[in-house]
Write a protein that binds this ligand. Structure first.
Ligand SMILES: [Cu+2]
Length: 156
């Protein structure tokens, strides 16, 4: 009994360490010099695009439906704050799907061979890495391309 519970405790400790390591690396985008001037750090921007851009790319959200009604016939490409984006600078982005319905999907296509999508059936809130180059990208719900469609302009 005692050895068994001890090993479980060790496992939990290891898991806790792993979790701590993950969240720590997630915040490591801040340059080392950041500690030297904490007073000037923008406290109101815990996840500014600039600081996260170096590691995994700036954050985009591909949303179908709405927060209140995942089945709603709406589609949007937004920034991390949920604000729709119409223009973007070329670069690497982390696109997180917000597809909480089996009625719709989210697909982003455009220059550079970008074609990422969720399945219509089922939900998907995973993230993918995309590299956007200059040009026009289209996001669409495949079953409803007439009403659930939009564009974003990427400048080089
Ligand atoms: Cu749809």
């Amino acid at each position: 009994m005692t050895p068994r519970s001890a090993s479980i405790t060790a496992l939990l400790a290891a898991a806790a360490l792993a979790l701590a390591g993950c969240s720590a690396s997630g915040e490591s985008a801040t340059p080392p010099s950041g500690d030297a001037a904490p007073s000037s750090a923008p406290a109101t921007e815990p996840s500014s695009p600039a600081s996260s851009g170096d590691e995994a790319g700036m954050a985009l959200i591909g949303m179908v439906g709405t927060a209140d009604d995942p089945d709603a016939y709406e589609i949007a490409l937004t920034d991390a704050d949920g604000q729709p984006v119409e223009m973007l600078a070329a670069g690497d982005y982390t696109l997180t799907f917000a597809d909480r319905t089996a009625a719709h999907n989210f697909r982003l296509t455009g220059p550079g061979g970008v074609d990422v999508a969720t399945d219509v059936a089922g939900t998907d809130e995973t993230s993918v890495q995309v590299t956007l180059v200059a040009g026009t990208y289209t996001f669409v719900c495949d079953p409803h391309p007439a009403t659930m469609v939009g564009e974003v302009e990427v400048t080089g």
